[in-house]
Design a protein. Sequence first.
Length: 90
Amino acid sequence: MGIGITRQYAKAGAKVYVADLNEKKLSEMIDKLAEEGLNVIGKRLDVTDEKGVDALVDSIVKNDGKIDVLCHAAGIIFAKPYMETTVEEL
């Protein structure tokens, strides 16, 4: 699901950052998209590490000025309204 979302944003011309805990999978995804002519920036990230997430967001904002769209596609299923979801649940 994540690579499909990434591909569509990149095809639409967005500057896309992709984060994954598994560096091998991340590298394979970046390489596959590059073969398709898409430019995607990969960053290693453990989404359960709140400080790590904050640091990545801060660095993207510092480099690019803002984030227009943030898409979370970690591999779990959880049904609850976003505004009621705690950091621990994410």
